[in-house]
Design a protein. Structure first.
Length: 337
């Protein structure tokens, strides 16, 4: 088969690339407790997410967006309005076939879009499916094609550490405050599911986090009117979940048999590398389990980070200071590409 000529796409890229140039605090007064509230009994996969809501405009550009994030949306949108559905293979393969320098720039934009608001990006990708060839938006290809191409290329063109940092939608340090286990009944064949409610203590990727954990102060705890266990949370609350015993490893291994997603216990401090994806009409939050054997969950014990596969090249128990410095340095590199 004759190789595809990418020269006709370069003008599109050339118009885009040159354009580059809260924490909610709950105050605890009079010993009032704060509870990690679940949307149900805490055992359903939808509780580790937020409902999907269509956007009012496409793309939804906001005044507080960093420049790289805004360029990411302009790039996806421009390509989806310039090329056609027949070019889908061409669009997906461009990140694999372009120069490494150009790919790194595209990966930087991809990172920035998730870094600003991972839920917004997923809403945009989902909503554009409904707008192909309509009379208002003039989409002739799905924006997700470029998104998917960058994601796929990151697995083959970047080191394993950079791949995880690109693939993870959210990166935070958190403290686990509550765990719920049970049967997820949202699918025809119920499966064992576990949800973790966490207090986010540090953010590395994800300026705007999914609001899937509701905090309420409840005086009734003190009077005995509410018998649920109270959990003190002074920062942002985030719920993530996964199937019990979910495998973890690299996608290149079929099946992924290196390990299972690490499960912390209540009180553990963890570094979380999470995915935000669409599940029916919900935007779910799950561990990024397709890059290494811990499944994107690294527990801190006695000042050391548990990295059983030595994924980061710092040993299996690096000090938290070394782990954090390495993480911040690599994220800084991505932002400078």
């Amino acid at each position: 088969m004759k190789p595809r000529d990418y020269s006709n796409w370069r003008p599109v890229v050339s118009r885009i690339i040159p354009t580059i140039g809260c924490v909610a605090v709950v105050v605890l007064l009079n010993c009032v407790a704060v509870q990690a509230q679940w949307r149900g009994d805490g055992t359903q996969r939808c509780e580790a997410g937020v409902p999907y809501v269509p956007l009012s405009t496409l793309p939804e550009l906001r005044t507080d967006m960093p420049l790289d994030c805004m360029v990411a949306y302009i790039a996806m949108d421009s390509i989806a309005r310039t090329l056609t559905h027949a070019d889908r293979g061409y669009i997906r393969s461009f990140p694999l076939n372009t120069s490494l320098d150009t790919f790194r720039v595209l990966a930087r934009f991809y990172y920035a879009a998730y870094d600003y608001d991972p839920v917004l990006l997923r809403r945009y990708l989902r909503h554009t499916y409904d707008k192909i060839n309509d009379s208002v938006h003039n989409y002739t290809a799905f924006p997700v094609y470029l998104h998917a191409g960058i994601e796929r290329a990151s697995r083959t063109r970047l080191s394993q550490e950079f791949c995880l940092l690109i693939q993870a939608s959210i990166i935070v340090k958190a403290r686990v405050v509550e765990i719920r286990r049970g049967e997820d009944s949202t699918h025809a064949a119920p499966k064992s599911w576990v949800n973790f409610a966490c207090e986010v203590t540090d953010r590395f990727k994800g300026l705007k986090l999914p609001e899937n954990c509701i905090n309420e102060s409840s005086v009734s705890n003190l009077s005995g009117g509410d018998h649920r266990q109270s959990v003190v949370i002074s920062g942002d609350c985030l719920v993530y979940g996964h199937m019990e015993g979910q495998t973890a490893g690299r996608l290149s291994l079929i099946p992924m048999s290196e390990g299972t997603i690490v499960e912390p216990t209540v009180g553990d401090e963890v570094y979380l590398f999470l995915m935000v994806g669409i599940d029916d009409n919900w935007i779910r939050v799950t561990p990024q389990n397709t890059c290494e054997e811990s499944g994107g969950v690294f527990i801190v014990k006695d000042g050391k980070v548990q990295d059983k596969g030595d994924f980061w090249g710092l040993g299996t128990e690096p000090t938290e200071a070394d782990f954090r410095a390495n993480l911040e340095q690599k994220i800084s590199e991505i932002k400078s590409w």
